[in-house]
Design a protein around this ligand. Sequence first.
Ligand code: AMP
Length: 410
Amino acid sequence: MKKTIDDINVRGRRVLVRLDLNVPLDDAARITDDRRIQAALPTVKKLLADGGRLILMSHLGRPDEEPENKHKYSLRPVAERLTQLLGTSVPLLPDCVGPEVAAQVARMHDGEAVLLENLRFHEAETIKDKRAIQNPKLREQKDAFARQLASLADMYVNDAFGTCHRDNASMITVPQMMAGKPRVVGYLVQRELKFLGETVSNPKRPFVCVLGGAKVSDKLGVIHSLLTKCDTILIGGAMAYTFLAAEGMGVGKSLVEPDLYDTARQLRTEAGPKLRLPADSIVASEIKAGGTTTVCTSFIPADKMGLDIGPVTIKTYAEVVRTAKSVFWNGPMGVFEVPPFDQGTIAMAQAMADATRSGAITIVGGGDSASAMDKAGLADRITHISTGGGAALEFLEGKPFAAIDVLDDA
Ligand code: AMP
């Protein structure tokens, strides 16, 4: 258990708060989904009400990969949305470190917040510790950047669950450098650790996992780990076709990862009847509406690809989910962005909501499955929707989170 923002007294203190405000923007830099900002509000409101001087920080996108378009990744729209939602001005500072930032922070009053500009405008933020160990220059670059951030504040709060699996400077090096000062988790991280932690350590049974999405390779670790913990794993999405093709079934032009056939076969043997694959699929020659057929998954025509789970699978998977006592879901059942290939995913969303109503603990592991819950209008009927897809998967896989370990124990 880690200390939380309820264990510190922030009045008059400068509090560096790492948030995950990495929201999607359209071409005109408008926020298309503000869930991550909304999820940060309880912590920010509490610290403001308690009279802290909040120095909020986050990354946005991957400006390191597009240095020529860096301006596209400014946190300005986020500062504006925060200002709107909080009803109090949250100015965006011109950078995240440097003399101008330090001067503006020094002028802050109790109960005020500022937002630092995108942390990833400095490449030091994402230098991996593995590389830094091998290269003292990189280590010094990362440490110098973290030292500047750490010097801004008296306390550190980590409420950036979606980034907790990354060894970014603001996530690990900064709190390391603030040793001796309070370093705690915010409400969002506290809630994520509670729900995900209880799911893996002491699930109510039957515990069912629904895994979909594009690639088996992204989810191998978590499948292995969940196999030992859950009662049933329902596989959907393109992932299913790698398992089916590995067993010699014709999957037509479906998306597969042939280099994983051996692993997929091994996993199925290990899992036995626990791991379920779709019995039927919606197939088409192209990813667009019209011209779809439903077929048994073992008979996908050579010129077609499987793009969603079929009606028989929907019925059996939904029944397994509805009668579970805990359910974890990550990854869409099909190409849910393009109707009619969204039906399997919507049906799973409905089954999750039904399970919640019957008293099950239901958890959605971020990303596309979270958007699907929203699209189906059922997001408020789930026990917990994680804000971090990748982080949630790594947590369930049992990987250590150095960004959490470094914080103060309760
Ligand atoms: P992931 O990020 O691994 O959870 O994958 C999500 C993506 O998988 C979504 O963009 C879906 O469109 C895609 N996907 C799901 N099922 C299929 C499928 N049968 N064929 C191709 N793509 C799929």
